[in-house]
Design a protein around this ligand. Structure first.
Ligand code: 13P
Ligand code: SF4
Length: 357
């Protein structure tokens, strides 16, 4: 039963002591978060992996691309474990290496590879953290960089110092919302159209582009709508609306604030007793914030429960199983990124870390 599972997890953690660190993303269910040594957004958890070079095992309660990133940044003797290997991310899967390589080839055919008079390349690739290690490696190889939702604007500024245009993948919404907030017009953000279904990729549009957007999206965040925000404002005059930048642009525009999961958490922490806050992000985080602040009214904009189904695949039963394995000297569900891929991906990740203030 549940109580026995939690006791097993606690006992294994006690036995492993400092040899183990358990990381948990904000979207994990409470039954998992209660066992995490660090809880944070994807950027904070990548950093947390760096702060524990002494730990033999990093158990990552999150999704596959996060565990890959931890493996890339961690030491060669550290093991990174994903309790359930089926915990992927549908957005990350929307940009496969082959399609991005094909787009890159077409773009460089059209735009060339020669830098302009200011030394800026025709295109700089920028990948959202929510992508495979292979795509981070692609960015490392081609003068590109990684961003997270907490630093996308800073990273885009870095990219525009080095490039005339940016190819941004996989999340069209984060790309569009960030570029728009930087003052870039929608007419300079064409969407890459791999199959030409939409008649896109006109040469002129690509020549004039500032940001070429990939067509990916998060299936959790794209459910949020302007109608939900209007309803929240109608039913709760004075409500403050905060959403994640993976939401569609009209939703971000209609909200009072937008930012990463850590931003949302800090937005709530900075509010006052009695405040009413409607949140557009994954429901496990929203419910936890509501429980932590019983003196405020905090609710999810989407009345239908919207968990991230892949984050939810990390059940305490899997956590107990991988920890029991470690106690027995067996590394279960290890995530190992190929050394060559990891070396190139690390270049793009380190550019991100160096670009930050
Ligand atoms: P952050 O943790 O960077 O806000 O990202 C949200 C997300 O979708 C993680 O998968
Ligand atoms: Fe991927 Fe969206 Fe889930 Fe984040 S919330 S892991 S982007 S599907």
């Amino acid at each position: 039963d549940e109580a026995e599972l939690h006791a097993r997890i606690r006992a294994a953690k006690e036995t492993l002591g400092d040899r183990l660190v358990v990381l948990g993303h904000f979207y994990q269910r409470d039954e998992v978060v209660q066992h995490a040594d660090f809880v944070g957004d994807s950027f904070q958890l990548a950093n947390a992996a760096l702060t524990r070079p002494d730990a033999e095992a990093i158990v990552f309660c999150g999704v596959h691309f996060m565990a890959e990133t931890a493996d890339i940044l961690s030491g060669p003797d550290q093991h990174v474990v994903l309790p359930n290997l089926a915990a992927g991310c549908s957005m990350a899967d929307m940009a496969d290496e082959e399609s991005v390589e094909a787009a890159w080839e077409e773009l460089t055919d059209l735009l060339g590879t020669e830098p302009d008079a200011d030394g800026r390349q025709p295109v700089v690739p920028v990948t959202y953290m929510n992508s495979s290690a292979a795509l981070k490696a692609f960015c490392g190889r081609h003068g590109g960089i990684v961003c997270t939702s907490s630093n996308a604007a800073t990273v885009l500024e870095w990219a525009f110092e080095r490039g005339q245009r940016v190819l941004f993948f996989p999340d069209q919404h984060l790309g569009r919302n960030t570029a728009k907030a930087m003052g870039i017009g929608l007419d300079r953000m064409p969407m890459w159209d791999p199959a030409r279904f939409l008649g896109g990729n006109s040469e002129q549009a690509l020549q004039d582009a500032a940001v070429i957007l990939w067509h990916g999206f998060c299936s959790v965040h794209r459910r949020f709508s302007v109608a939900q925000i209007e309803r929240a404002r109608r039913e709760h005059p004075g409500v403050k609306v905060v959403v994640h930048p993976e939401c569609p642009m009209p939703v971000v525009d209609a909200a009072d604030a937008a930012g990463s999961t850590d931003f949302i958490q800090k937005f709530v922490a900075a509010s006052s007793p009695g405040d009413v806050i409607a949140i557009g992000t994954e429901v496990n985080l929203v419910n936890r914030l509501a429980a932590e602040h019983p003196d405020r009214t905090i609710f999810c904009l989407d009345p239908v429960i919207c968990p991230c189904s892949t984050m939810y695949r990390i059940h305490p039963g899997y956590l107990a199983w991988v920890l029991d394995g470690l106690v027995a000297g067996e590394v279960r569900n290890e995530i190992v990124v190929d050394a060559g891929v990891a070396a190139e991906a690390r270049v793009a990740l380190e550019r991100m870390l160096a670009a930050l203030p």
